[in-house]
Design a protein around this ligand. Structure first.
Ligand SMILES: Cc1cc2nc3c(=O)[nH]c(=O)nc-3n(C[C@H](O)[C@H](O)[C@H](O)COP(=O)(O)OP(=O)(O)OC[C@H]3O[C@@H](n4cnc5c(N)ncnc54)[C@H](O)[C@@H]3O)c2cc1C
Length: 425
């Protein structure tokens, strides 16, 4: 007995109940604006189901809280187990009674003839529609694991895992592991597997490094102090560059991995016809040099700021000491990486794909907004050419932190000042 789909007129719909959507909700609540957050799974779903067992959030607690979150975690703590962080975020959502509807997937956002947005939802309690004055889209940029096409060519005898299916080293079949992707995830997993005694091969990529600590503090406090986190987006370099690599609570570099015994390779180039030979680009040393440039560039930025202090202020900070993780590992620098590797000959039984993610905007039916996505299919500002439609949670929307947890509150506060009050405005 299908009745008419319930329809609600509402001021603002927020698409996505991740960190970004929740920051928006807190800001809307503060401004007294009627809204609903529509989340297709559970609130903060990506943190619950798309990480691995030992995962801890990289940033210290001070940079990972929701606005107004009250907890007893020290500001400077890092390496806090994910379940502890998720509990603290959940408590904040419950205490503030945020209007989140879980298991409510936005299937379509289009425009109505009256200038509102029609938001169509498939939910646990049936379909529902909202006629919204404003839509803030915060569906996350890590929705669909991006696997290279050649993953399908691999010998089926080789186990393939990725973030979301990888849990811990002990869950892998015996044997060596090839980790593909040298961003934060790939480097952290390679390190975890090496610590667990696995033979690990890592196909690297061009990702900047960063110090973990400097002058006695986590680098995030320095980037905050010198204004790098909140710098306008045109001062952040290429906003599509992956996040610089750090270990979860310690420094991490190609050199530290090589010292652990990880065999570093160039970037993945493809899989041979036999399905059991993997080919690599000749870019290992370029990738190592690129990471190191990133590390040195951050240090130089901080040191430039320190140098401008008067001597008394400067004396308040401990002297800089280089991180041992970045000490060059000669055998790595002198190595000649192979152009291909036989999985069988090297006893590789598992390939872990750490090759990034793509977003999913399949629900977006506002053509003008779609057309304004950049060449890579991502939004590049919070505002769009369509009044009342906003993006939140993507790199470089407004500041160098627009794509990270620490930067969402600032962008959410900005969007809250731009919402429409009338459909004809
Ligand atoms: C492995 C990994 C580790 C990371 N570690 C860190 C870290 O340590 N520190 C850090 O700052 N950042 C980290 N990030 C980046 C981090 O994920 C983001 O900074 C932040 O969590 C993104 O929040 P978000 O709300 O934009 O996206 P998400 O957390 O992805 O939330 C988006 C939400 O929208 C929902 N959604 C999507 N489409 C729809 C729809 N059509 N209808 C309804 N709901 C929908 C999704 O279910 C999801 O819950 C990491 C990312 C990855 C992949």
């Amino acid at each position: 007995m299908g009745g008419a789909t319930p329809e609600e007129r509402i001021d603002t719909v927020v698409v996505g109940g991740g960190h970004a959507g929740l920051c928006m909700s807190l800001e809307l609540q503060r401004a007294g604006r009627e809204h609903v957050v529509l989340e297709k799974a559970r609130v903060l779903e990506q943190w619950r189901s798309a990480r691995w067992d030992s995962f801890t959030i990289n940033s210290p607690v001070a940079f990972s809280r929701l606005p107004g979150q009250v907890d007893d975690l020290p500001d400077r703590a890092r390496g806090v187990p994910l379940d502890v962080m998720v509990r603290a975020w959940d408590e904040c959502v419950a205490r503030r009674r945020l209007p989140v509807r879980e298991r409510s997937e936005v299937r379509s956002v289009s425009r109505t003839g009256t200038g509102r947005f029609l938001v169509e939802v498939a939910g646990a309690d049936g379909p529902r529609r909202y006629a919204a004055l404003n839509v803030v889209a915060a569906p996350g940029r890590h929705q669909v694991p991006a696997l290279p096409r050649c993953a399908a060519d691999l010998d089926p005898a080789v186990r393939q895992l990725r973030v979301g299916t990888y849990t811990k080293p002990a869950a892998l079949p015996d044997g060596a592991v090839l980790v593909v992707g040298g961003g934060q995830t790939g480097m952290q997993l390679a390190e975890e597997l090496a610590h667990a005694g696995r033979e690990v091969h890592l196909a690297t990529s061009r990702v900047a490094g960063t110090p973990r600590d400097h002058r006695g503090e986590d680098v995030m406090f320095w980037l905050d102090r010198i204004g790098s986190l909140w710098a306008p987006r045109d001062r952040c370099g290429d906003r599509h560059d992956p996040m610089p690599v750090v270990g979860q609570d310690h420094p991490l570099s190609h050199h530290s991995l090589a010292r652990l015994g990880v065999r570093l390779l160039g970037g993945l180039a493809g899989v041979a016809e036999d399905g059991a030979t993997v080919m690599f680009r000749d870019d290992l040393h370029a990738n190592v040099a690129h990471a190191e440039r990133g590390y040195r560039e951050v240090l130089a930025r901080i040191e430039g700021w320190v140098a401008a202090l008067d001597p008394a202020e400067r004396a308040a900070y401990p002297p800089p000491t280089p991180e041992p993780a970045w000490e060059p590992h000669r055998p790595l620098l002198e190595s000649t990486p192979p152009g291909s590797l036989s999985l069988r000959d090297n006893g590789i039984t598992t390939v872990v794909w750490a090759t990034g993610w793509s977003a999913d905007f399949g629900w977006l039916r506002v053509e003008e907004v779609r057309r304004s996505l950049d060449a890579r299919g991502f939004p590049d500002t919070c505002e769009t050419t369509v009044d009342g439609f906003f993006w939140l949670g993507f790199d470089g929307l407004r500041t160098c932190s627009s794509g990270t947890v620490s930067g969402f509150p600032l962008d959410a506060a900005h969007i809250a000042t731009r919402l429409r009050d009338h459909a004809d405005s």
